[in-house]
Design a protein around this ligand. Structure first.
Ligand code: ADP
Length: 534
């Protein structure tokens, strides 16, 4: 416990020897005795200290004790200081009365009886100490109350945030169900059309429509997987030296269907100089593609979308501007939050899940960059500005290209497709057969092993989540068999994290593809089938 602050008594007497005598009588631990030779000095000391008791000689030249007391009563700071008057001889009734009126609590006659003085002084000393203690407890209580109020407000804020997150999650689930169901109806219609269609044109149209709808679903699910990877810290960038121009070009390519659907005019302004970044080209193209798709989506038909790339110091700045619905000022800082949608009920051709911009922001930040949104207001368009650090130095590598090569025409191969989902296995096998490959299917691990012994395939597309014998086990068994040393093993799975890739490589797979696999991707692989270990 901290020592209590000292208690102050004020002694007022014009005679030095009286002050010395009083000092000697009253001296004790924790008590400070302030001494004044006149009323004026006394008032100065009273203003400078909190005084617990004033012992005032009545007879003083200039200002006498009563006058001093009256002045003390008239001042807020000193009016409650208790006073004991010291008088020579017994004061008469009238003088006593004046003294009490001026605030005296007591009179002591000179010569002062030491015992009486000390016991009265003790009363005031203890009284002051108690007052100090009460004040200390009151301060503590005040602080504790303030702390409680603060904690309560904090708890309330946390509860509000939780409620808000919960509400957004509920809304998100509803949106998710809605968004996933949306493409299903046209897909089912498409299937029926394919069954009934008499003309090849009708079938071609249905297929194109089904491709679009499927593509939309795959994008939704990819976004979902990406955001969960990013938020759990599992996303890894595959950085390389890339020129921003090629990133923007592939983003423009990817978003062209959305721009064309909205019949928007698109203008792309690229700098003359080549700006190099150390970045993951696929992820950066995803970022800019996402901004372009949003620009197309949130702009009424026949609008305008502008993309510009500039150098600003050590950064490259990409701006995507549209002439669309704009963003209200209060929503600007929030559009990058997960599940945030300005108008969930907006009637629009293609909805979304409210995760695109959250993903975009995290990807930009993973590249050491920053993104901001600007809008002059509703219906006045929006601009998204992405700022990315340029690669250090002035690297101009040879032959770097981020444009994916066209899928070459494949030579006929022998392929085995292993999947416990018979539809998945059959449809993939049929697709490859249509391109001229010899294909076969197996629904489980043991069946796969026996088919491989007979068919001697060049490549096996192997699902990992097989019942009984998993894809890993099948792969390990094949790798242990010297007669299969040339066989190319491709893991086919819904799981695509670094960890999943590491596990499949460990089991002996040569490639790891995530479902649904693009036909071009497979054909590319089959056309350039490398020799094992090459
Ligand atoms: P989604 O488009 O799936 O709803 P996003 O995360 O991509 O989710 O965008 C979040 C919200 O930000 C959108 O719902 C929309 O309200 C707003 N927004 C995004 N881009 C634009 C834009 N270019 N113009 C106007 N509003 C936009």
């Amino acid at each position: 416990m901290t020592k209590p602050a000292p208690v102050h008594f004020l002694l007022v007497d014009d005679l030095e020897e009286n002050l010395i005598a009083l000092d000697a009588l009253l001296r004790r631990d924790g008590l400070v005795l302030l001494k004044a030779r006149s009323g004026r000095e006394a008032l100065e000391l009273l203003l400078a200290h909190e005084v617990a008791l004033a012992l005032i000689d009545v007879q003083m030249p200039e200002m006498d004790g009563f006058e001093l007391a009256e002045l003390m009563r008239g001042t807020e700071r000193t009016r409650r200081v208790p006073i004991i008057f010291l008088t020579a001889g017994n004061p008469d009734q009238q003088r006593r009365f004046r003294g009490y009126e001026a605030g005296a609590v007591d009179f002591l006659n000179k010569p002062i009886e030491p015992h009486t003085l000390r016991s009265k002084a003790d009363v005031f000393f203890e009284l002051w100490r108690e007052r100090q203690e009460v004040a200390r407890q009151r301060d503590e209580l005040k602080a504790a109350t303030a702390e409680n109020v603060r904690l309560l407000a904090e708890a309330r804020r946390a509860a509000d945030a939780l409620r808000e997150a919960d509400r957004r999650k509920d809304e998100f689930l509803a949106t998710l169900a809605h968004e996933l169901r949306n493409p299903l109806a046209p897909l089912r219609n498409g299937l029926q059309i394919l069954g009934l269609a008499r003309s090849p044109e009708t079938a071609t149209r249905a297929r194109a429509m089904m491709e679009r709808q499927l593509g939309h679903m795959v994008r939704l699910v990819d976004d979902l997987l990406d955001i969960s990877r990013v938020t759990s810290g599992k996303m890894r960038l595959r950085r390389e030296l890339v020129e921003i121009r090629s990133v923007v070009e592939s983003a423009v390519e990817a978003s062209r269907p959305a721009i064309e659907t909205g019949r928007h005019a698109l203008a792309v302004k690229l700098p003359d100089e080549r700006l190099w970044l150390r970045a993951d080209p696929t992820r950066l193209a995803q970022v800019i593609g996402n901004l372009l798709t949003n620009a197309a989506k949130y702009t009424p038909d026949g609008g305008r979308v502008d993309v510009s790339v500039e150098r600003e110091g050590g950064h490259t700045v990409v701006r995507v501007t549209d002439t669309g619905v704009g963003i209200p000022a209060d929503m600007l800082p929030r559009v990058f939050d997960l599940f945030t949608q300005v108008d969930r009920h907006l009637e629009r051709a293609q909805g979304g899940l409210g995760i695109g911009l959250a993903l975009v922001k995290r990807l930009v930040e993973m590249h050491g960059g920053a993104i901001t949104a600007e809008s002059p207001g509703p219906d006045r368009g929006s601009t998204f500005v992405v700022r990315l650090p340029l690669a250090a130095g002035d690297p101009v590598p040879q032959g770097v290209s981020n444009v994916p090569a066209e899928a070459p025409v494949a030579r006929a191969r022998r392929v085995l497709v292993v999947d416990d989902n018979a539809d998945a296995a059959e449809s993939l096998s049929e697709l490859l057969a249509l391109s001229g490959h010899t294909t076969q299917t197996a629904l489980g691990g043991p069946e796969a092993l026996s088919v491989i012994a007979k068919l001697r395939p060049d490549l096996v597309l192997l699902d990992i989540g097989l019942p009984g014998m998993s894809g890993y086990e099948v792969a390990r068994a094949l790798r242990a068999d010297p007669s299969c040393s040339e066989l190319i093993l491709v893991a086919l799975t819904g799981w695509g994290s670094e960890e999943d890739r590491r596990r499949s490589a460990e089991a002996g797979f040569d490639y790891h593809l995530t479902k649904p696999v693009e036909r071009e991707q497979l054909e590319g692989l089959l056309a350039n089938l490398p020799r094992r270990g090459a």
